[in-house]
Design a protein. Structure first.
Length: 418
């Protein structure tokens, strides 16, 4: 018995997921705006209709108060007239509706009284006032108007507005999602093409670059007796440049697709800083710069990518070494549920006009020391990569630079909870 061939389920491309996510975000924003507009418009319509109904009820009260006899009151309106010691009321006046206290107060010369009463589940709008009868005598009139029809009308309006709002909101959400996908798709396709190109190019370059680095290191370890000094220097530069190119490839991959991050894991930022300093000690020594770490001696745990955070500290420290006069200090601390990485150098600091765009790609940065620019390599991605990695770890990065007192780049990342 043969088994049917197993068919693996194909997963949607990453750019399709990003397209769907962007379209959903735009749809949510547009739908929220529509909801706010519908609430405002619906509230205004309901308020206007309610005011109109209230005005109509007031006019009914005033008209009924001028009737000569309770028998003339229209259906749903009840009139009680107190003329001296005599009281006349509508034959169908509900039991308990008469407000004797209001009549007594107005009879004693008090001001007109308006009130609402509920009798047997029915709501009534009431007016107690004084009127002049046909004989010129003053009399007290109490009018009650049943609000059942008005309440039903407002309830129907409220239900109609609610249903219309839900339908309009659903239609606008569907239309917004469709239009957002159509608008974003060309951009998403272009970004996906860019990411594929950079990833493929980086992959193709990494293998020969690794071979070049290995061969250059093997060549440098061979006996240099009788080899001209300029050849030895050239080999050293090949090793240094190949390492720089490897770093550029990593930066390009991060810059091309900032979403390419492994599942977050607990990372000790202090240990990561120690590792970065160990990797950069030779470079610091070549620049006659003292490199050391300060701050917490205990683990400072954050959630993220260990490789990306190492790249962050390396980029910050390399930038500081390039501009330091004599010392670079990497300080790792924690405060208020945040891990803080502060990289300080004693160089010239950042110019005020550079601070604003220092983290832009290929932005002009500080001037390096004149005698050391010969062996320096500045590709304009270092600080922008720092900003990108920090953003992906829900953190922020700032610059503290004072003229003549060096510079400090400060990264804050939330501590891992639990």
């Amino acid at each position: 018995m043969t088994r049917p061939p197993h068919r693996a389920r194909s997963r949607p491309p990453a750019h399709t997921d990003s397209l769907r996510g962007a379209a959903l975000r735009l749809t949510t924003q547009f739908t929220s705006l529509m909801l706010a507009m519908l609430l405002i418009v619906g509230g205004m319509v309901f308020a206007l209709v309610s005011a109109s109904v209230a005005e109509s009820a007031g006019q009914t009260l005033a008209t009924a108060a001028g009737l000569d006899s309770p028998q003339d009151a229209p259906e749903g309106t009840y009139v009680s007239i107190v003329d001296g010691t005599r009281m006349m009321s509508s034959p169908s006046l509900p039991s308990g509706l008469l407000d004797a206290e209001a009549i007594e107060s107005v009879s004693a010369g008090g001001a007109d009284e308006r009130s609402r009463r509920a009798i047997d589940g029915q709501h009534y709008l009431m007016l107690t006032t004084t009127q002049t009868g046909r004989g010129g005598d003053a009399r007290v009139v109490q009018v009650a108007v049943n609000q059942h029809e008005n309440d039903e009308e407002l309830n129907r309006l409220r239900a109609a507005l609610l249903v219309a709002g839900i339908v309009a909101l659903a239609v606008s959400a569907i239309a917004a999602y469709w239009m957002a996908r159509r608008a974003i798709r060309p951009l998403a396709d272009a970004l996906a093409l860019q990411r594929r190109f950079v990833a493929d190019a980086s992959h193709e370059l990494r293998t020969p670059l690794t071979l070049l680095t290995t061969r250059a290191q093997l060549l440098r370890r061979r006996d240099q007796t009788g080899v001209p000094a300029d050849v030895t220097d050239a080999v050293d530069e090949i090793v240094s440049d190949s390492r720089a190119l490897t770093g550029i490839l990593d930066d390009l991959l991060i810059a091309a697709d900032p979403r390419s991050v492994a599942e977050p894991i607990p990372v000790d930022l202090a240990a990561t800083a120690d590792r970065a300093i160990a990797l950069l000690q030779d470079e610091a020594s070549a620049h006659s710069v003292t490199l050391r770490r300060d701050g917490s001696s205990k683990p400072v745990i954050v959630s993220g990518s260990q490789a990306a955070l190492l790249r962050l500290v390396v980029a910050l420290t390399t930038n500081a070494i390039d501009h330091a006069s004599a010392a670079v200090i990497v300080t790792i601390t924690q405060d208020n549920r945040q891990a803080i990485a502060r990289v300080t150098d004693d160089g010239a600091g950042f110019a005020p006009d550079i601070v604003e765009n220092a983290f832009d790609r290929f932005a002009s940065s500080r001037s390096t020391r004149g005698e050391r620019t010969k062996n320096s390599r500045h590709y304009g991605l270092g600080l922008s990569i720092v900003a990108e990695i920090t953003r992906r770890h829900q953190g922020n990065v700032t610059i503290d630079s004072s003229a003549g007192s060096g510079a400090a780049v400060i990264v804050r990342i939330p501590l891992r909870l639990g």
